[in-house]
Design a protein around this ligand. Structure first.
Ligand code: ATP
Ligand code: MG
Length: 412
């Protein structure tokens, strides 16, 4: 028996209506906020992610699916932002009127330890906005995420915001972090020991229990913000207040990818276990220029679909009714089977959802099946019905029957 690869999933028709419903709301909301859908390749040059996501991040160091193709190192995308930044540079969009607004619903690949809410292929709704430095852009992107969450009926999700500073204030904060962690190196994991030199901010994002404990006492990003970052963070808070979006300031949020600057945020769900961040995002003002494009500020988020599904189940709002057929035709004998096919085809061409027996069930079994699939009407045809050109259309709800003409009847 060949089985699926660990950390991947099959989504069967019982569940796809829920996914489609969620995706539909994501698309509708994104478009309402003026974001256009972008589609980029599933794999890219490894270099894109090394430069875009950052070579000191877990994602790049441990989690990428990388292989060699024609002597070139290629990786399956672990996230979507770097690809979108590459695409706008490559397609000459950086001089378009600003802002540029994109969204996508994609699969991403990370070699992580599979558990509830964490898989190796996962699905993400992402948005990216380029060309505005203003906290008004941050507020808009956050409002979009929160609007999706609200429309999905999720009330047990809280918005956490923080500012991690820019290239002006980051050095001072970096120094403060280095001096804090330097006295505690023997307790840090090996990864964090090397992060201390290369990218000390990453230490705050380590998932090792000892490192997490030490990180709790570390200086806070908000203590070292420059005037501009402080002012921006303040305006973001005022904007969210004015828009009626609730949040908490949470200085433990630093985000796992290197490109973040300034405002960062997470939407965290209660009651879905350890993998509780359903959406994470922030500002990445240095990304486009680091990939060879112009200085173009950006902000965006990624929202994990599986975690949204977990949160919806937890909240009891995941029961999306599957579409049920309006008509089921039970057919007895070969001639009736052919006639049933002709009728279902006619109705389907008219946009109706009709089914007929094609597995030669007995009449009793066919009626049982019609019930199971929730057909609103049934029609039984055998030789005598074909001869008369008429049959009884039965309303399954109230049991009433009317005679209909087989070649011309219709249903609502
Ligand atoms: P985490 O800290 O949970 O690993 P992250 O910071 O690595 O998350 P991002 O790269 O910001 O996550 O991705 C955005 C969102 O995508 C996450 O908030 C989460 O909902 C989802 N996500 C990330 N990694 C996975 C995964 N391996 N499986 C399922 N969903 C994921
Ligand atoms: Mg991660």
């Amino acid at each position: 028996m060949i089985q699926k690869i660990k950390g991947t999933m099959d989504i069967l028709p019982d569940e796809t209506p829920l996914f489609r419903y969620i995706e539909g709301i994501m698309r509708e909301e994104a478009e309402k906020y003026g974001f256009g859908e972008i589609r980029t390749p599933t794999f890219e040059s490894t270099e894109l992610f090394v430069r875009g996501v950052g070579d000191t991040t877990d994602v790049v160091q441990k989690e990428m699916y990388t292989f060699t193709d024609d002597d070139k190192s290629i990786s399956l995308r672990p996230e979507g932002t770097a690809s979108v930044a590459r695409a706008i540079i490559e397609n000459g969009r950086c001089s378009d009127p600003m802002p540029l607004k994109f969204y996508y619903i994609i699969n991403c690949f990370r070699h992580e330890k599979p558990q509830a809410g964490r898989s190796r292929e996962f699905f993400q709704f992402g948005t990216e906005m380029f060309g505005s430095e203003s906290p008004a852009a941050d507020a808009t992107v956050i409002a979009l995420a929160s609007s999706v969450i609200r429309r999905l009926g999720l009330k047990n999700i809280k918005l956490h915001i923080n500012s991690i500073g820019c290239k002006e204030c980051r050095p001072a904060y970096r120094d403060a972090l280095v001096s804090y962690f330097s006295g505690k190196t023997e307790k840090l994991c090996d990864n964090c020991k090397s992060r201390l030199d290369k990218n000390p901010l990453r230490l705050l994002d380590c998932k090792e229990p000892d490192c997490k404990e030490i990180a709790k006492g570390a200086p806070r990003t908000t203590e070292k913000l420059c005037e501009k970052c402080e002012g921006n963070f303040d305006m973001l808070k005022r904007s969210l207040d004015a828009m009626g979006i609730e949040y908490v300031v949470d200085t433990s949020i630093v985000r796992g990818l290197d490109y973040y600057t300034g405002a960062v945020f997470e939407f965290i769900a209660e009651g879905i276990g350890a993998q509780s961040t359903v959406c994470g995002g922030g500002r990445y003002d240095g990304l486009v220029s680091s990939l060879g494009g112009p200085e173009l500020p950006g902000i965006g988020f990624g929202m994990g679909l599986t975690r949204i599904v977990l949160a919806m189940r937890e909240a009891g709002v995941a029961d999306i009714l599957p579409k049920t057929p309006v008509l089921y035709i039970a057919a007895l004998g070969e001639a009736a089977q052919v006639k049933a096919l002709a009728i279902t085809e006619r109705l389907r061409r008219e946009g109706k959802y009709a089914e007929c027996d094609i597995v030669k069930r007995s009449l009793k079994a066919q009626m049982k099946y019609a019930n199971k699939i929730g057909a609103a009407y049934t029609l039984i045809i055998g030789d005598s019905e074909i001869e008369a050109g008429k049959a009884q259309l039965r309303n399954m709800q109230d049991g009433t029957q009317v005679e209909v003409d087989l070649d011309s009847f219709n249903i609502d």
